[in-house]
Design a protein around this ligand. Structure first.
Ligand SMILES: [Zn+2]
Ligand SMILES: [Zn+2]
Length: 564
């Protein structure tokens, strides 16, 4: 029993009964298990909310006696589960809008595109939608070459349209494929050289682009193609993104790589009152000058804040652009034997300068690094700044760390780098990793248990719009690590359900410097909550991914309710 409960009961007992409780709750939730993610009080019967915050957590009789007044709304959970709202370690709010609006090119279980023909059909369907006019592009998100057998080419996409530009975005976000009209529109021809950090794939025996674009040959043109231009269309995307996130239980969402214009859009959404859940952004290092604005800091304004900066050191592991120290077993099209992926920023001095400035100015840095060579580069780049400035509470974060080697983990600990890993890949690409990096290393991807064993905490993220922002699927993958074909990928790296739940709530809050206000159901924290169809801690762990979010509550207000 908390002090405040004791105090309130004492008041009742000493004759204040006629005036009701000293503090009256706005709402009291009870009637279903309450999973608090607070080790000091893991479960409870009732939870009281007042002024957007959690007032008390305890037994139903204590809470009712102490805080239930005539104005208190009582909410019966009806056997459903109350849990903390989800705080994802790494997502892309603005990409989520494109995912919600564009054609869904994901394979099962998130979509239905399992062949190139399916992909063409889906894009043709989207071509009829009025949403095409919002960007001028026929676009779709999330195709997976590992399942399709190859990337779609311009010839495939010319079947969607000969005159309108078409772009299909790879599930990693690091590749795209365009039709001939699309290539014409962006001006890629046989004469166009590969940009640094990117590849324009060519037709066999010629310099003519085949439509497939990698990394920095893709990312800027892809973002331009799928992003809305007018204010009304931007708002529409944002609304669709928020609706999708809330339907999956997000109460804090992140834009994991924002450029200056993206930040301006986010400021616009915030100031016009569009945001009803919290959104953090990490500003790409090339635009880090804008971090000096009033929007940077730990407190939100109208649900938005800049939380730090982002630097990207390599590509995607399933796309084989993650930068490794040893070769891929199967090089991608157009690459020779011995290919190890490649860095996004070949000069480590450039990366080190970003860290030095971040240490000086107190910016948390989110570092995208998948391959072990990219992680080596991160360690090498951060160490001089760490030695100069000494330890501190900075929460620089390794984003993804898919091919993190066990011998690199002590350096993460020493340099105080928070791991935000991506075990969701064990399901989506576990079987593919068996082929491209070999079964032994495939077992070790996103080694969550090893990181916890080293005395660190970590998050398990969706990186949505890579797949859907379905954190129950992520939690399921973190606990089970089962591939599409049913193989367990690295049984020793599996987490328990409570650890995996922390990795999408309390530890997510920690990563973003918000563990004092979010991530668990404790008095004084924000009333950011979800109501779930089943208890993720007691359901058969193999069924965690069948759990659906019934309701999402942000600071005491219901912002999403599933239609029955
Ligand atoms: Zn990334
Ligand atoms: Zn990302």
């Amino acid at each position: 029993m908390s002090f405040s409960v004791v105090f309130a009961i004492a008041l009742l007992a000493t004759g204040c009964k006629s005036s009701g409780p000293a503090v009256v709750a706005d709402a009291i939730y009870s009637g279903g298990p309450i999973v608090t993610v607070n080790d000091a009080q893991p479960t409870a019967e009732a939870l009281a909310v007042k002024d957007r915050k959690i007032l008390a957590v305890g037994t139903k009789s204590d809470i009712d006696q102490a805080y239930k007044g005539t104005a208190t709304k009582t909410i019966n959970l009806g056997g459903k589960i109350l849990a903390p709202g989800f705080v994802d370690g790494h997502t892309h709010f603005l990409g989520l809008g494109a995912q919600a609006v564009g054609a869904n090119l994901l394979a099962q279980p998130d979509g239905t595109v399992n062949t190139i023909d399916d992909l063409v059909a889906k894009l043709r369907e989207f071509a009829k939608s009025p949403d095409v006019d919002r960007t001028g592009w026929i676009f779709g998100m999330g195709y997976d070459d590992a399942l399709l057998g190859r990337h779609p080419t311009r010839d495939d996409l010319d079947k969607v349209s000969k005159d309108k530009p078409v772009i299909a975005v790879h599930i990693s976000g690091h590749f795209s494929a365009m039709n001939s009209a699309g290539l014409r529109k962006i001006g890629y021809t046989a004469a166009t050289k590969n940009p640094e950090g990117g590849v324009i794939r060519r037709r066999p025996g010629s310099m003519e682009p085949n439509g497939v674009l990698e990394e920095l040959a893709s990312i800027p043109v892809m973002i331009a193609a799928i992003s809305p231009a007018t204010q009304a269309d931007k708002d529409y995307y944002a609304q669709r993104a928020l609706d999708m996130a809330k339907s999956f239980g997000y109460t804090t969402l992140s834009e994991g790589r924002a450029f200056a214009p993206n930040h301006q859009d986010l400021v616009g959404f915030a100031t016009r009152g569009l945001l009803d859940i919290d959104v953090t952004s990490y500003i790409d290092h090339v635009d880090r000058r804008i971090i000096t604005t009033e929007w940077f800091g730990h407190s939100y304004k109208n649900h938005y804040r800049i939380a730090g900066i982002k630097i990207t050191l390599d590509g995607s592991p399933q796309g084989r652009t993650a930068w490794r120290t040893i070769p891929y077993r199967i090089p991608p099209d157009g690459q020779k034997k011995g290919y190890k992926g490649y860095p996004a920023i070949p000069d480590t001095k450039v990366v080190a300068a970003v860290f030095e400035e971040s240490y000086q100015k107190g910016w948390p840095v989110h570092v995208h690094a998948n391959g072990d060579a990219a992680i080596d580069q991160m360690i090498k780049a951060i160490r001089p700044a760490h030695q100069t400035h000494g330890p501190g509470d900075r929460r620089h974060t390794l984003i993804h760390g898919q091919f993190l080697r066990k011998d690199q983990i002590p350096a993460l600990k020493e340099l105080q780098i928070f791991p935000s890993l991506f075990p969701m890949h064990t399901f989506y690409w576990g079987d593919w990793y068996n082929q491209i990096i070999g079964p032994e290393l495939a077992q070790q991807i996103s080694p969550m248990r090893s990181v916890l064993n080293a005395g660190m905490i970590a998050t398990s993220h969706t990186d949505a719009p890579v797949a859907l922002p379905n954190l129950m699927q992520v939690m399921w993958a973190t606990v089970n690590r089962t591939s599409r074909s049913g193989k367990v990928m690295g049984p020793d790296e599996r987490l328990t359900p409570i650890e995996a739940l922390k990795a999408i709530t309390l530890w997510g809050a920690y990563e973003h410097f918000e563990e004092k206000t979010k991530g668990s159901l404790e008095p004084g924290k924000l009333a950011d909550m979800v109501i779930l169809s089943d208890n993720p801690l007691t359901i058969d762990p193999k069924k965690i991914n069948t759990i659906v979010v019934q309701e999402t509550i942000k600071e005491g207000n219901t912002v999403y309710k599933r239609e029955q």
